[in-house]
Design a protein around this ligand. Structure first.
Ligand code: HEM
Length: 186
């Protein structure tokens, strides 16, 4: 299955991203530190989403509109009294010039809902958030997480038709991770 291949091909990048984030979460000392992490996600995921929606919408991913969006990050930032930042610029983002690259980037965004719930628990262990506010993005799809992930993976396996297309998707996913690591560390 293609989805097993892309998981394997992006594993190193996933582990490195996870390590950076766990470090950031362990050093959180205030709600403002958490708002800074949310802002960092908003800048990158928000910019990415603008590029992705040029190629992916309800016509090729039926429930696209209902999927988690960076708007949830903006809501979380505002709920905690922060200011929503600007989004990343094109040179800070991976190249997304066709629907295959868009699917590679979306794989990274949708996959991050799986780790999101772990992130949410870590944040709650480290910080007393007012009335549990500010966790809507990381809580993601809640109990529907695996169902939504299953739907996305099924489509991804159909989209990745030829070996050449598969390589384009994998390269875009790795570039999406790599540029996110750079963004997180800036
Ligand atoms: C503390 C941070 C993170 C932790 C602890 C974490 C943990 C995990 C775990 C446990 C899974 C597998 C879930 C399962 O199959 O049951 C997963 C999958 C995934 N995560 Fe993360 N994650 C983190 C951050 C991220 C971030 C920030 C991104 C994207 C920028 C990301 C992208 C992905 C992707 C694409 C998958 C799907 C892998 C696949 O099955 O193809 N993760 N993550």
């Amino acid at each position: 299955m293609f989805t097993e291949e892309i998981k394997e091909a992006t594993l190193a990048n996933h582990q490195q991203t996870e390590k950076i984030l766990v470090g950031k979460m362990k050093s959180m000392r205030s709600v403002q530190d958490y708002v800074n992490i949310l802002s960092s996600f908003y800048g990158y995921f928000g910019g990415l989403e603008q590029q992705i929606t040029r190629y992916i919408n309800q016509s090729n991913l039926a429930d696209y509109e209902d999927r988690r969006k960076s708007e949830a990050l903006a809501d979380d930032i505002k709920a905690l009294g922060g200011t929503v930042p600007q989004t990343a610029t094109n040179n800070e983002l991976p190249e997304i010039d066709n629907y295959l690259q868009a699917f590679g980037a979306l794989y990274v965004i949708e996959g991050s809902t799986l780790g999101g719930q772990i992130i949410s628990k870590m944040v709650q262990q480290h910080l007393p958030l007012p009335e549990g506010k500010g966790l809507s993005f990381f809580n993601g799809y809640g109990d529907d997480m695996y169902q939504r992930w299953g739907v996305f993976k099924e489509l991804l396996n159909k989209v990745a038709n030829t070996p050449a297309d598969q390589q384009i998707i994998i390269a875009a996913a790795n570039d999406t991770f790599a540029k996110f690591k750079t963004w997180l560390e800036k």
